[in-house]
Design a protein around this ligand. Structure first.
Ligand SMILES: [Zn+2]
Length: 293
């Protein structure tokens, strides 16, 4: 067989295998475009206005974009109630809207690894291994949420509901767990979500490492910060907790952590401090939490 014939055969085999995937992608993208332009019904927007303070704070053009993202999210992800919780449309909307704030204004693949959101009525207990001194023991841990690499994410509804309503407590379990999903898109959770280009990673690592070390020192001394001390647990928790502060207390974060704020502004392609300026909402220092998220 000639070289030309061999190459022709090879390309033919590749095309035959790739064609179904390409068709699926075309079909999915076309469905997404329709859902994006369909957006939400007046009743659904009313639910978000009533229950999600972050939605109320968004500028109008971002609100419209968010409504389309939520429509796609609800079409592609499934929800399951745990411990007898019956999931309703309001719960799905409140969770989806906050998760999709993290996808606004940039190219997104809608948390590609995530398939199912498991929702407990309130904080739940899970077995965890803990190191006490030199001993590794297994114990029950109270949790508000978890983000896994296997297609699932867990949330405690009571906290989702309360934190969606309160934009001044600096805490938001939905933003926290979905930030972990972004972090996990390129593998394990390490505090660095997929960024554009090598230079971005170098700058990201320099700023976030320095801020993380500074938070660890403050946590050791018991000094409070706009970034919750839980962020001192490891770099992945730092990214998730700092994401909560970026959206919930942007003015304070911009003033006290300008370099970190700038990294997040570039990554999320959003400037929440400008929204807060426009709405005239003041910011307070956040309240600490001892629960695992
Ligand atoms: Zn976490």
């Amino acid at each position: 067989m000639k070289l030309d014939d061999s190459l022709g055969l090879l390309f033919g085999v590749i095309a035959a295998f790739a064609a179904p995937f390409i068709l699926l992608r075309i079909k999915r993208n076309s469905r997404r475009r329709k859902l994006l332009s369909a957006g939400l019904s007046p009743e659904e927007k009313e639910i978000l206005t009533r229950h999600v303070s972050l939605y109320r704070r968004l500028p109008e053009e971002l609100k419209r974009e968010l409504e389309g993202l939520v429509r796609v999210f609800l079409d592609e992800k499934s929800f399951e109630g745990c411990d007898g919780l019956a999931i309703d449309e309001e719960m799905k909307l409140v969770i989806a809207a906050q998760a999709c704030v993290l996808l606004l204004n940039r190219k997104t693949n809608y948390f590609p690894k995530l398939e199912t959101i498991l929702v407990y009525p309130s904080a739940y207990f899970a077995r965890a291994k803990k190191k006490i001194g030199s001993q590794l023991i297994e114990d029950e841990d109270a949790r508000l949420g978890e983000s896994w690499n296997d297609g699932s994410l867990v949330l405690a509804w009571e906290h989702v509901k309360n934190e969606a309503n309160d934009l001044n407590d600096g805490q938001n379990v939905v933003l926290h767990e979905f930030a972990h999903q972004l972090d996990q898109e390129d593998g394990g959770a390490d505090g660095a979500p997929p960024l554009e280009g090598r230079t971005s990673y170098i700058k990201w690592a320099r700023v976030l490492r320095s801020e993380y070390e500074s938070l660890k020192m403050k946590a050791d001394m018991g000094t409070r910060d706009v970034i919750n001390a839980y962020g001192a647990t490891n770099p992945a928790e730092f990214f998730a907790v700092a994401t909560e502060a970026f959206f919930e207390k942007p003015l304070t974060m911009k003033t006290r952590h300008p370099d970190l704020y700038e990294e997040f502004r570039e990554y999320y392609a959003l400037d929440p401090a400008a929204w807060q300026d426009a709405s005239g909402v003041s910011s307070n220092l956040e309240i600490g939490s001892s629960l695992t998220i």
